[in-house]
Design a protein around this ligand. Sequence first.
Ligand code: HMG
Length: 388
Amino acid sequence: MKIGIDKLGFYAPHLYVDMNDLAKERGIDPGKFTVGLGQDEMAVPPVTQDPVSLAANAAEQILDDEDKEKIDLVIFGTESGVDHSKSAAVYIHQLLGLNPRARSVELKQACYGATAGIQMAKGHIALHPDKKVLVLASDIARYGLNTPGESTQGAGAVAILVSASPRLLDLESESTYYTEDIMDFWRPVYSTTAYVDGKYSNEQYIAFFQKVWKDYQEQTGRSLEDFAAIAFHLPYTKMGWKALRTVIEDAPEEVQERLKNNYQISTKYNRNVGNIYTGSLYLSLISLLENQDELKEGDTIGLYSYGSGAVGEFFSGKLQPDYKKHLQTAEHQAMFANRKCISVAAYEKVFEESLPTDGSEKQLNIDEDPAKICLAGVKDHIRSYAAK
Ligand code: HMG
């Protein structure tokens, strides 16, 4: 039985900052951001978007009534959850009007959470082939104003529907994964921004890739020649290339060209959004599938997932017949076209806005936010959401 990704939705907030403007304001050569990191724009979430509403907007694009009835497991991968106890999946379940006979949970392991969710979803569908699983990957990446990590912030969500007979990508059973307790990036429960050892995190991202890729080759007997493309977790778009280039040299020239070209295409959306943590790998996959017209049925796509702390995984999938017809390409392009560029001063103001943390009540003005689903406020320590 084939099990894999049946639909993919993506949502980013409607505001962004141009990385050239951010560089100028910080007294940095813009080339460091646009070439050195490979980022052109950075999504900025207004106070009316949190990881729950971002995910609801991504999922709302792809689910029809039959999906809503058949989903009996909701897995929410995030590292910027809104509650230590109640899972974001339960909020989403209600906002989307899903069948109440469902399990709903939140998973955390930095940027790796949604990949764990997808692998668990596969097991669930193997036991219940008539059901569907909704996996959400939603985050707001915050390092703080004027920090070295600031240029790698971002915000957005990907919704992934996992089912039998998937229409996009049949996920193969081979996969290799690796865990080691390291401190490259983390966010203690008392902090709203992440702590990071930037250079060390880059090194570990590459080291984990090399380990799981070596294990995958040994497990499957495959080499780079077997892949049409490889999509990477992209904290910034140069990062995946730094890892890929360490293993590509021995491949034939035409394979190197193909993987390099498809890598560039897989970074198109991420260049204009920034890091969305759990969703970054899947945004890269969406970017590849929606912007590359030469991939065909049966092509093998590799996926490298990395979550600091750290867990890495390499897995793969095969493209399905007519997969192009089942993508949300027009919706995503319209979403990008309708975003609004704001000044660095406006971004800094938005960055400092938040719901009260002292338990007081606040109603938010959602009129300026074009999203269908918004965070509307907090009262009695309870967040409320509004669907327009
Ligand atoms: P930095 O120290 O500001 O930057 O930090 P840099 O000095 O290393 O420069 C970056 C690149 O720009 C370099 O290229 C420079 O040469 C180049 P490289 O040598 O790396 O190829 N450069 C220029 N290029 C063109 N024109 C110029 C110019 N100037 C310099 N004028 C860093 C960069 C990424 C470390 C920082 O932004 C940071 O700490 N970010 C957060 C951590 C991060 O993203 N780590 C990535 C791996 S860990 C991961 O992926 C997990 C994560 O997503 C979290 C999770 O799992 O939840 C982060």
